[in-house]
Ligand binder design. Structure first.
Ligand code: ACO
Length: 353
């Protein structure tokens, strides 16, 4: 009702809103263009685990047409080709059909990897034939594909578990984490961890920070990291604030860390220049942070969603960092453009392998 008080006012609001939206989308498109152009310069094979899904097929079409990647749709071949035709998509995608053809070598590999984790030979054969997340994970683990996308039709944890079990983490990693890149009118921030680790200890937070900083560099952004908390540099002392502070100590002792990082600090300290340069001028951060590391999964997941919806940011993600091979787990309900964007990110990851 307050908006009705003057029509001139609300027209102005609308105009301002549209300009902001345009600026924000411009920034976000620019960020993705960097990534998609890198991808196109050397496209890689990306396994789409949910190959029969309509959105995946539409995304595969765009990915192939634009030369971002060579998509491999995993699933029933007849169904995939029929769906593509029904959608009016004129392309001939590569399909890997777990139900036909000889995939015993994938089942054998899965068995080899998991037999000391309670998996039987029969179960391995069943999983490869019936669960495309396992099929795609083994395909990537065996280098028959360079990257994998999944998650549209599964709950996030169940889509994530097969790649965690089969592909595992990178040599320099013990933990995977989910990062969202949020683009605003004048800035970009990377939020972590938003999807994986429930209650990370200091060493986990430190690792997540390093991997998120590396990811930022893939987008040509120089990272400045803040370890977020409800406390500013020791202003509150308890178990909750000790973990992020411990992470900062680990990172400050780590000779590999070549970006500014500090904390623990409150979220406004992290993003407001005046606070950083005023009260906390001793901080390693002179400029607002663009890598925001949340103290736990609740804070991270809630925080990025509030930023996205109320702050009006464009979100790209969740991008998994720390994995042995590029694997990204989408959220249910993600759109074709989200899949295409993550395929681009996965290809750039694969180029760096
Ligand atoms: N990083 C890397 N590997 C991991 C991690 C991790 N953080 N956690 C578990 N693993 C590995 C384990 O080592 C194990 O490997 P192994 O079997 O070879 O030893 C494998 O993954 C499976 O481990 P489990 O213990 O069986 O799996 P768990 O039940 O702990 O599940 C999971 C792991 C799925 C990541 C779990 O921690 C989880 O559910 N996290 C929260 C996910 C979530 O709900 N996110 C929020 C919503 S998602 C969204 O908004 C997009």
């Amino acid at each position: 009702a307050a908006m009705d008080s003057g029509s001139a006012r609300s027209e102005l609001d609308v105009q301002e809103y549209e300009e902001t939206l345009e600026a924000r989308l411009g920034k976000s498109r620019e960020m993705m263009r960097v990534v998609l152009n890198k991808a196109k310069s050397d496209p890689k094979r990306v396994a789409l685990a949910e190959g029969t899904d309509e959105k995946m097929i539409r995304a595969a079409y765009q990915i192939q047409e634009q030369g971002i990647a060579y998509p491999v749709l995993i699933g029933g071949e007849d169904e995939i080709r029929q769906t593509a035709e029904d959608l009016g998509l004129d392309f001939d995608p590569e399909v890997a059909d777990p139900q036909s053809g000889d995939w015993d070598h994938y089942a054998d590999r899965l068995y080899e990897l998991r037999r000391r984790k309670g998996l039987t030979k029969n179960e391995a054969h069943e999983l490869v034939r019936r669960d495309t997340n396992y099929f795609a994970s083994v395909m990537v683990e065996q280098d028959d594909a360079d990257a994998m996308l999944t998650g549209l039709t599964h709950h996030y944890p169940s889509a994530l578990r097969p790649p965690l079990q089969v592909v595992g983490t990178a040599d320099d990693a013990d933990y995977a984490a989910g990062v969202y890149m949020l683009t605003f009118k004048n800035r970009v921030v990377f939020c972590a961890d938003t999807t994986v680790n429930l209650e990370p200890e200091s060493d986990v937070l430190a690792e997540i920070t390093k991997h998120t900083a590396q990811l930022a560099r893939r987008f040509n952004i120089e990272p400045r990291a803040a370890m977020l908390s409800y406390s500013n540099f020791g202003s509150v002392e308890n178990e909750g604030t000790r973990k992020p502070r411990g992470a900062v100590n680990l990172l400050h002792e780590d000779a590999e860390v070549d970006f500014p990082v500090d904390g623990e600090m409150q979220a406004d300290t992290a993003v407001v220049e005046d606070i950083l340069q005023g009260t906390y001028e001793f901080s390693e951060l002179d400029d607002p942070a663009n890598v925001l590391v949340f103290p736990n999964l609740e804070a991270g997941n809630i925080g990025y969603k509030l930023l996205q919806r109320l702050g009006g940011a464009e979100a790209i993600g969740p991008m998994l960092v720390g994995m042995g091979k590029p694997v990204h787990v989408l959220q249910r309900g993600d759109e074709v453009k989200d899949i295409v964007n993550l395929a681009g990110v996965a290809v750039v990851d694969a180029q760096n392998e």
